[in-house]
Structures are given as structure tokens and as C-alpha cells.
Design a protein. Structure first.
Ligand SMILES: Cc1cc2nc3c(=O)[nH]c(=O)nc-3n(C[C@H](O)[C@H](O)[C@H](O)COP(=O)(O)OP(=O)(O)OC[C@H]3O[C@@H](n4cnc5c(N)ncnc54)[C@H](O)[C@@H]3O)c2cc1C
Length: 299
């Protein structure tokens, strides 16, 4: 099943993003989250692609296991970091062999310093549009790409950032998922700019539930998304009270999601950090959870 099919129904949907677990405890957390989310019928479940060899193997294994052991539609991320084209071909082949037909093709960041100078592998690729082309050439994949409501940190301006996003879609991407953001306007403006350029590829908002002071500080730091002063004012009074902060942060996130749904987004993509509680709470509040019987975890 392709992501584009899953997000093209009459009702808005939700999807979730995981990262490959580092150890057994992390693996247990991840699978608990998967099993709690499964009955709510997320449109798809994505697994990020790390910087090093072992984490990359874990992405392939985790995504493959989602394909075989659950009823969920998996999407594997792939980056061009430190890979020759021939290695990229092998990973794409491994995804296909595992029955994965959705790939999020992102360039990746320079290892060690996400904001550092990008240096391509000597036999590799330089930008994500080339990765989209490669994935498309190698199989019948549904391909997603990254989008940045406030521009990629290294883009000189929003105009050129839009040009790069359009290039990825022209290269064959079927949809885009946005970097996290803390107020809906930036995302909606990007959607308008895409539509204004004649592009009708779906753009899904990436949502980070504001459950802790850390999510409020680290999210914008990593993404470059501005923190609206009204949001700071609303939440900072709870910075010494984790339970009150979580309650207020979940209200803020839920209000933003409701606004995006009112504006007609086809789905909300949740950055789960391999936990399910906040996502489950939000999709229930927003009426996005399907009622399906729980699936028993394999032994
Ligand atoms: C939804 C989402 C999921 C992600 N998943 C992962 C993941 O799993 N693993 C991971 O490591 N990272 C992930 N990232 C982070 C991503 O890899 C970084 O943000 C990366 O810096 C940019 O990736 P991109 O695909 O947008 O790159 P690109 O589209 O290649 O853009 C990178 C920069 O190059 C510029 N550019 C593009 N094409 C050209 C050109 N032809 N000439 C000049 N400049 C150009 C762009 O404007 C931009 O500044 C994800 C990001 C998002 C939003």
C-alpha cells in the first residue's frame, strides 16, 4: 500500500515517525509504542535513517519487521550521507526485498555537525532531488521528501528554498512532510506558495507534541522554527511544573492541529520519539483515531 493512497481518503489521517532503537530497552519501548498505535490505524509509520552503519541496519530491520509483523504501512527514510550510489542501490534493494514500497528520500546532514558544510561522498549524491530520481529509477516506490516552513537552515531565502522543494517534486516525489513548527502560519504559507507554483503534491505537517520544556527548547533549536512570543508566555509559567507544562503544551499542540485540520490538511505526521502516549492522546482528542480491535504482539 502506498502512502499517497493512504492519505487520499475523505477523512484526514495521522501518521507517526520512529527512530531505530539503540538497544534492547529501546527496542521494547518502540514495539510498545507500535502496538499501542496500531489499533488507531495510522496511515503510515516511518522509521528514520541514521548516520552510521549499525543504526542504518536497524532502520532496515525495524522497517522490515513493521512490514511483516504488523498491519501497518511502513515508510523507510533514506539519506545520501556517506553513501556511494552503489551502496544506495543496495539499501533501496534491501527495502524492496523487505516489501517496503514507501521511501522518504532526504539528503541528510553532515555527520557530527548538522549545520556544518555538506560534503558529498566522492561516488555519491549531492542533493535530495538526485536521491528521489535514483529511488524512482530503481522501483515502483512512492517517494516523500522533506519541506521546511521557514526554509532549510542553509537556504539563502524562502524563494530558493521553494525552488529546491519544487525540484524534488519534479524529480518524482509524490508528497512532502514538513519540519516541525510551533505555529500554523509558517506551514500554511508554505502550502500556499506550493499551490501558487502550480504544485498539488500533498504537504503533511510534521508535529512535535509539546510535552516537556526540553521539547519546547530543543525542537526550535534543531529546526530553526521560531517560537511565537505568545506561546512562550503561555508555557513558561509552567517551566518548574512538568505536569502542568505537559497539560498546557498538549493543549497548544492540539489547538494547532485542530487549526491545520480546519485548513484542510490531509494528515498530521507525529514525531513520536518512540513513545505513544502523547500521540494517542492527541489523535483521540482530534477524532483521528480509528476504532480497530487491538492486534496481539507476536511472542
Ligand atoms: C520530515 C523529515 C524527515 C527527515 N528524516 C531524516 C532522516 O531519517 N535521517 C536524517 O539524517 N535526516 C533526516 N531529516 C533531516 C534532513 O536530512 C536535513 O534537514 C537535511 O539538511 C536536508 O535534507 P533535504 O532532503 O531537505 O535536502 P535537500 O533538498 O538536498 O536540501 C539541502 C540544502 O541544499 C539546498 N539545495 C538543494 N538542491 C540544491 C541545488 N541543486 N543547488 C544548490 N543548493 C541546493 C537546499 O536549499 C537546502 O539548503 C529529515 C527532515 C525532515 C523534514
Amino acid at each position: 500500500m502506498k502512502v499517497t493512497q493512504r492519505i487520499s481518503g475523505d477523512r484526514p489521517v495521522f501518521s507517526v515517525e520512529f527512530f531505530p532503537p539503540k538497544d534492547e530497552a529501546g527496542e521494547a519501548d518502540l514495539w510498545r509504542a507500535v502496538r499501542r498505535l496500531e489499533p488507531l490505524d495510522p496511515a503510515f509509520v516511518s522509521v528514520t535513517y541514521g548516520a552510521g552503519g549499525s543504526s542504518r541496519d536497524r532502520t532496515i530491520r525495524t522497517t522490515a519487521r513493521i512490514a511483516t509483523d504488523t498491519t501497518l504501512v511502513p515508510m523507510a527514510h533514506l539519506t545520501a550521507v556517506s553513501h556511494s550510489v552503489s551502496e544506495l542501490r543496495q539499501v533501496i534493494g534491501a527495502y524492496a526485498a523487505a516489501g517496503i514500497s514507501n521511501i522518504l528520500a532526504v539528503r541528510g546532514d553532515p555527520p557530527g555537525d548538522p549545520l556544518g558544510e555538506w560534503v558529498a561522498h566522492p561516488e555519491g549524491l549531492t542533493y535530495a532531488d538526485e536521491l528521489v530520481t535514483l529511488v524512482r529509477r530503481l522501483g515502483d516506490f512512492c517517494v516523500g521528501v522533506a519541506a521546511f516552513p521557514y526554509g532549510h537552515p542553509r537556504s539563502p531565502d524562502l524563494e530558493s528554498d521553494l525552488t529546491r522543494l519544487l525540484a524534488k517534486i519534479r524529480a518524482g516525489a509524490d508528497f512532502a512532510i514538513s519540519q516541525l513548527f510551533l505555529e500554523p502560519e509558517g506551514f500554511l504559507r508554505l502550502r500556499d506558495r506550493l499551490a501558487g507554483a502550480g504544485c498539488d503534491a500533498p504537504l503533511l505537517p510534521g508535529i512535535m507534541p509539546l510535552t516537556t520544556v526540553r521539547t519546547l527548547r530543543r525542537g526550535p533549536e534543531l529546526s530553526g522554527a521560531p517560537v511565537p512570543p505568545a506561546l512562550t508566555k503561555r508555557l513558561e509559567r509552567y517551566s518548574d511544573d512538568p505536569a502542568a507544562f505537559r497539560a498546557a503544551g498538549m493543549d497548544v499542540t492540539s489547538e494547532m492541529c485542530a487549526r491545520l485540520l480546519d485548513e484542510g490538511v490531509r494528515g498530521l505526521h507525529f514525531y513520536t520519539l518512540n513513545r505513544s502516549t502523547a500521540t494517542v492522546e492527541l489523535v483521540r482528542r482530534l477524532g483521528l483515531a480509528a476504532q480497530r480491535p487491538a492486534v496481539t504482539a507476536p511472542g
